[in-house]
Design a protein around this ligand. Structure first.
Ligand SMILES: Cc1cc2nc3c(=O)[nH]c(=O)nc-3n(C[C@H](O)[C@H](O)[C@H](O)COP(=O)(O)O)c2cc1C
Length: 186
């Protein structure tokens, strides 16, 4: 179990670089009570803190949803290794400006352009061109819309279809912060 737990975090850490787990699905509870899911890019996976991180626009619907209810589920699938990882956790928004700024400054400019968009994500527009970000010499333009989300991981569900029978394991965080794992039927 210990080795498996480590290998799951190795996969997630690799996702914070470039791997099948770089792009995850993140599910929230909508303000209308319905499940909502969307793709996000995994930006950091910290096993010591049991924490995943991603970036988003503070004006987006998911931020509104997470403010109302911070529960989040994330899903990734490695189609080559036939491994699915599902994570449940609690999202929080980084308010420490130094931490946020360091992440902003270390991000590729191309990934920051969307934060400059003059229109709020999801708002109705007449033409897609209306959402285009203005060219800007100011590298801080859009920073006010940049949101760094940390997900404190509470539960991991691992499924490996490359074995017969398939392997499935679950890990839950205990009160002392350590994770307890067990095999479960797939
Ligand atoms: C490959 C890919 C990567 C994406 N990465 C992110 C991301 O890291 N953060 C983000 O907020 N949206 C990302 N998006 C856009 C979201 O999936 C979603 O469309 C947008 O954030 C609005 O979602 P919301 O209305 O649920 O807030 C990505 C979309 C794709 C297709």
């Amino acid at each position: 179990m210990k080795d498996l737990f480590k290998s799951i975090w190795d996969s997630l850490r690799a996702g914070a670089g470039r791997s099948p787990f770089s792009v995850l699905q993140a599910a929230t509870v909508g303000v209308d009570g319905n499940p909502k899911v969307r793709t996000i890019v995994l930006r950091d996976a910290n096993d010591e803190l049991a924490r995943l991180s991603f970036h988003t626009d503070i004006r987006s619907e998911k931020v509104r949803e997470l403010r109302a209810r911070p529960a989040i589920s994330m899903h990734g699938y490695d189609a080559e290794r036939l491994v699915q990882i599902r994570v449940e956790g609690i999202a929080s928004f980084v308010t420490d400006e130094a931490e946020k700024l360091a992440v902003w400054n270390s991000s590729r400019p191309r990934t920051l352009i969307l934060y400059r968009s003059p229109v709020v994500s999801g708002s109705v527009i007449d033409d897609p061109a209306q959402a285009a970000a203005p060219d800007a010499a100011d590298p801080m333009l859009g920073y006010e819309n940049f949101c760094l989300v940390h997900v404190s991981v509470r539960h991991i569900d691992y499924l490996d279809l490359s074995n017969e029978p398939h392997h499935r394991a679950q890990f839950h965080v205990r009160d002392d912060g350590a994770f307890q794992g067990q095999w479960v039927a797939p």
